[in-house]
Every structure is written in C-alpha cells, then in structure tokens.
Design a protein around this ligand. Structure first.
Ligand SMILES: [Fe+2]
Ligand SMILES: [Fe+2]
Length: 193
C-alpha cells in the first residue's frame, strides 16, 4: 500500500495552493464516486489525488516531455498543449513516482480528453475532475453531479456533450479522442435504451 500522506506532501511541493486544493477535492470526489459505483477506492484515491501532477508544466515542457516519451501527438495536442498534462502526468507518475498500476496511469492519462472504452476508474476520475465541489457554477453542473451519482456512462455522455457545446461556443477544436469517446458512450446509451 502506498503511503498516501507521503504522496500528498510530495504533490503539495509541486503544485500551487489552488491546484493542490483542487487535487484534494478531486481525490475525495473520486473516492465518493468509486464507493457509489463499486470501483476500487484506493485506486480512485491515488488517481484522483495525482491526476494533475503535470499541471505545473508549461506548453513547451509538455510538448518536450510528450516527444521524449514518443507519445503520438495530433494537431489538437500541438494547438492546445495544456491537454498534454494528462498523458505526460501518467508518464511522470510511472517514471518518477514508481506508480505502475496500469489502470491508475490510464485514468490519469485520459482525464483531459477522455477516450473510447474507458475503465470505470477512468470515468470516475474524469467526472470527479469536472464536478468536484470547488468548481465554478455552470448551467449543467447540478445535472451532471446527479447523473454521476447514478450512472457513469450516461454521465460521461452528458459531460462530453457539455464540453463540446463549450468548445464550439469558444470556436475551439475538439480532440479526436473526445469524438471517439462521445461515439462510444452514445452507442452504449442507445443499446441500453
Ligand atoms: Fe487536469
Ligand atoms: Fe484537475
């Protein structure tokens, strides 16, 4: 069992106060969702706490780290390098934090743009990041919170629809992995209904 307090202290040295506080809230929110949906709570705690481990890196550092790790980069990653803090975070956790649990690494890696075939742990982290209690209010937030408690797949679809609306309004591109995730969750929903 990892020493979670040790990991918290190490993370605190790395992130500014606001981001560290967000990480602690995402950890709690992830444990809460994990509990409700039968997901391993220890993994949810670790992945939630550490999901933003690379959030302090700037665009240039993120692109350099991604290239060094030979991550496949698409146009959207280059246009919005901030998205890379998720996959680069997973690499940092693996290489520097001795975290070798594949499911935790994947959940961290997928928390910005999502993916098709996400594990329940990945869905928990993605949603916890969006709904943690410190998030600024937006019109669909309460509905997303309620849906996250009830049904992870339906909540993922709702979350992605909201993200797409937001990006379209801002005239920003949608990452291909997010499209793939959207199609995946939409298919799941239509076969469930
Ligand atoms: Fe993040
Ligand atoms: Fe976050």
């Amino acid at each position: 069992m990892d020493n979670i307090n040790g990991l918290r202290s190490r993370l605190q040295l790395l992130l500014n106060q606001r981001r560290f506080a967000h990480s602690l809230r995402v950890e709690q929110q992830s444990i809460d969702l994990a509990c409700k949906h039968g997901v391993d709570q220890h993994r949810a705690s670790l992945a939630g706490l550490l999901h933003d481990v690379a959030r302090n890196l700037n665009a240039e550092q993120l692109i350099t780290a991604a290239r060094q790790a030979r991550l496949p980069l698409c146009e959207e990653d280059i246009k919005t390098p901030l998205l890379l803090h998720a996959p680069v975070g997973a690499i940092i956790l693996k290489n520097d934090w001795d975290i070798d649990d594949q499911e935790i690494l994947e959940a961290v890696s997928q928390h910005t743009v999502a993916a098709a075939n996400m594990s329940n742990l990945s869905k928990v982290i993605y949603l916890a990041d969006m709904i943690e209690p410190g998030r600024d209010h937006w019109s669909g937030l309460e509905q997303l919170r309620e849906m996250s408690d009830k049904d992870l797949n339906a909540a993922m679809l709702l979350a992605l629809e909201n993200v797409f609306d937001y990006l379209r309004k801002k005239n920003r591109h949608i990452h291909p992995n997010s499209y793939a995730a959207y199609e995946y969750f939409k298919r799941l929903q239509s076969s469930a209904n």
